[in-house]
Write a protein that binds this ligand. Structure first.
Ligand code: ADP
Ligand code: ZN
Ligand code: ZN
Length: 732
């Protein structure tokens, strides 16, 4: 007996066996292929399932198996490559396969709706209708008119009929007589026309030549080019080449709403033949873009993270812009990295993949060193602007008003007086606060680890997130006995208030995720700012994404130290990326720009390196340091989290998991924890975590499978939920 092995969108990490729908013929059964959607009874519901394989037997009692209700697609909508990508991702990220496969489909199809080809509903003559002479049906003038139109132009859309006052009752009468039938008018293919390519400069020319040499087969490339060096121009010309080869190009960008300028450039270059995929689309818009990409009607697909799973009819090139950006990593549910999936996808589709950034991740730089990626560099700006100079402002013992030093206040004042713009960077998320002495710069560190302690305000304690050590918040600096202890990384709201009081004559624009909802909001604000009137820009991470502000001549980073002393092992890498990206937003040729970094640690080696050399050099130094610690990309990380209303139950679960797996983990894997997560309490639940390090990918994968297998078998009491994060970006 043939059994259908199916994936169902459910958090259960297993497949489900069903019998074919009643009445399925042998021919139908044998033509079934992996990826086909079916409708099945699941508990008390009817849900969409995806065929994994046909089996001749089941571990379940055959008599207990239910029949599937319906085969939804006569043939799979996804090609074997896409199915392969889904199965790979489910295995690599240890996520339930049904949930992963459902990400490959737009919501309507996920919910079991029939697949609808794109195009306009239209009518055509049936075989019988074609036999009618001109002027037939004269006794019903309206029907006769409809017939006449169909005889003239073969297919007539519903809209064209309506324009002639011919509505559906008339057409339905003709259909009842079997004279006409409905059809779908395929949309005309939007062929992108490439106009306005720039003549490449010598550096770009070299890069372009070596990229083209790589040809149309699988290869990975890292384009490391300083901000404004003309990376986007390279993307555009590579896409033109890809289209000329008759292939489609997929471009991933961090957040569409935040990068209207980039998007406009693509549209200016290629016209309308671009499908956009981002979170702001309605279901039907999303379906249209998905189907357009799948059928090859759309040739260029630009999208955010999840667009990496868009099916393509003829994939020819994948580009990941700002590849270092942490928004490529999904932080909940199916925790994949779109950048890493893109590389796997290119491999399965046998096409080149290009990762681009002014500040590449250490992962990608390491892959270059291992010979997996080819490196291409652009070291100079392409346009007329020049890179700004960076200076440290030593704020030790200086009076700070809401975090701002006099030096920075004066610089802002001067900038505004000179009719220019100042950008203040406020760092708002992703950094756990550390404790520091304002007088001497002492910082609270763990006695047992090479790690900073994190301030936990609620419990008034300092904690180490590496070994779990805890102690009370000190009242005095142990080094200088001073009493001005600060929790770095807090208090940005006051900064805004103070600026409003001090600079009443100039507008202050705030750019963060609260004020910038939607694509137009950002575009409008960027337009206003770029009219160039003097103003203060207050921004968060959001400001660093792809915008250019030619009127800005001063950039001030208020809380450099919070980044410098992040408890996250990626802290310094992130800081270097952020500073470089923020600095890169400013200035033009006649307004070169200054970047001021407020810090208690002007001599910190990472700051010094940034001041005296470049991101490129610093990144390679930081990578050397990772060699010592074994942290990614040298080693691999897994994070097991538990969320539970009862903190103790959560930790107990992880403790048991640790006990049950420790002796079986692959050689040289290490387990740290359970520890409370740095941001322990979320929405009334307590989060604890187990961190597992592995020396390489293979062992990390073995460890991940073992942990998931054992975690599934453990009783989860008190509504406990656990999850695994493979290659976590944030360790909380
Ligand atoms: P990136 O993507 O590296 O930040 P862009 O491609 O946006 O750089 O280029 C920065 C600026 O330089 C843009 O205004 C762009 O139009 C201009 N530019 C890029 N390449 C050239 C070129 N070959 N000749 C003239 N201007 C260029
Ligand atoms: Zn001190
Ligand atoms: Zn410690």
């Amino acid at each position: 007996m043939t059994v259908l092995r199916l994936a169902v969108a459910s958090p259960l990490r297993r497949s489900f066996d069903y019998l074919p729908p009643l009445g399925t013929t042998a021919t139908e059964l044998h033509s079934l292929q992996p990826g086909q959607r079916l409708l099945v009874p699941f508990g008390s519901r009817e849900v969409t399932a995806y065929l994994l394989s046909l089996e001749q037997n089941s571990e379940m009692d055959l008599a207990a198996l239910k029949n599937a209700l319906e085969i939804l697609d006569p043939e799979p909508l996804l090609d074997p490559g896409m199915m392969g990508l889904g199965l790979w991702a489910a295995d690599y990220y240890q996520h339930a396969v049904g949930e992963v496969l459902s990400v490959l489909y737009p919501r309507t199809l996920r919910h079991g709706k029939p697949h609808q080809p794109l195009g306009e509903p239209a009518w055509q003559l049936s075989q019988r209708g074609k036999g009618l002479p001109a002027g037939a049906l004269a006794r019903s003038p309206r029907q006769s008119q409809a017939l006449h139109m169909l005889q003239q132009q073969q297919t007539v859309t519903t809209g064209e009929f309506l324009a002639q006052d011919i509505s559906s009752p008339i057409l339905n009468k003709l259909r009842e007589k079997a004279l006409v039938e409905q059809c779908i008018l395929a949309p005309s293919q939007a062929v992108p026309v490439c106009t306005g390519s720039l003549a490449l400069n010598a550096q770009q020319e070299t890069v372009m030549r070596s990229l083209l040499q790589a040809g149309g087969s699988f290869s990975c490339h890292l384009l490391e080019g300083v901000t404004g060096s003309g990376k986007t121009e390279i993307y555009l010309q590579l896409i033109a080449d890809c289209l000329a080869r008759g292939k489609q190009a997929l471009v991933l960008i961090p957040e569409i709403g935040l990068t209207p300028q980039t998007l406009t450039r693509f549209q200016q270059r290629f016209g309308s033949g671009i499908a956009l995929l981002h979170s702001g689309l309605s279901d039907s818009q999303r379906y249209k873009a998905w189907e357009g990409a799948r059928t090859g009607n759309d040739r260029i697909i630009i999208g955010t993270r999840s667009a990496v799973f868009t099916p393509l009819q003829a994939p020819g090139l994948i580009i990941v812009d700002e590849e270092h950006d942490s928004s490529y990593k999904q932080q909940d549910g199916f925790r994949y990295s779109a950048r890493d999936v893109a590389v796997k996808r290119a491999q399965l589709a046998a096409c080149p993949v290009l990762l681009g950034s002014a500040t590449p991740s250490l992962e990608s730089i390491y892959n270059v060193q291992l010979g997996r990626y080819q490196l291409h560099q652009l070291t100079r700006r392409a346009g007329s602007s020049s890179l700004p100079t960076i200076q440290a402002v030593d704020v030790r013992r200086l009076e700070l008003a809401a975090g701002l030093s006099q030096t920075v206040m004066q610089a802002i004042e001067q900038t505004l007086q000179a009719g220019q713009q100042a950008l203040l960077f406020l760092n708002r998320r992703g950094y756990a606060p550390t404790m520091q002495c304002h007088d001497c710069g002492w910082i609270a560190e763990c006695n047992a680890c090479d790690a900073r302690l994190t301030v936990h305000r609620r419990s008034r304690r300092l904690r180490c997130h590496h070994c779990g050590a805890a102690r009370a918040l000190p009242r005095q600096c142990p080094d200088c006995r001073g009493s001005s202890l600060l929790a770095a990384g807090l208090g940005t709201e006051q900064t805004e208030e103070l600026l409003q009081q001090r600079f009443t004559d100039w507008p202050i624009y705030r750019v963060d995720s609260d004020t910038m909802q939607g694509r137009d909001a950002m575009q409008n604000l960027v337009n206003t700012i770029n009219q160039g009137e003097p103003a203060i820009l207050l921004g968060t991470q959001m400001l660093t994404k792809g915008h250019h502000f030619p009127g800005v001549s001063l950039v001030a980073i208020i809380d450099t130290d919070a980044m410098l002393f992040s408890t996250d092992f990626r802290g310094e890498e992130r800081m270097a990326q952020l500073l470089t990206q923020v600095a890169g937003r400013a200035g033009r040729a006649d307004l070169p720009g200054t970047v001021l970094l407020q810090t208690h640690y002007p001599d910190h080696p990472t700051l010094q390196a940034l001041l005296s050399s470049s991101y490129a050099e610093l990144a390679r130094e930081l990578l050397l340091r990772r060699q010592d610690t074994g942290m990614p990309p040298i080693g691999q990380l897994l994070l097991l989290r538990s969320d539970c209303r009862d903190a103790q139950l959560g930790e107990e679960f992880l403790r048991q998991l640790r006990q049950q797996t420790e002796t079986e983990l692959p050689r040289d894997c290490r387990v740290i924890g359970p520890l409370p997560s740095p941001m322990q309490r979320r929405a009334g639940k307590f989060r604890s975590q187990l961190l597992v390090t592995a020396p390489d990918r293979k062992r990390a994968q073995l460890a991940a499978r073992l942990l998931v297998q054992r975690a599934q078998a453990l009783p989860a009491r008190g509504g406990l939920k656990w999850s695994i994060d493979v290659d976590p970006m944030d360790l909380f």
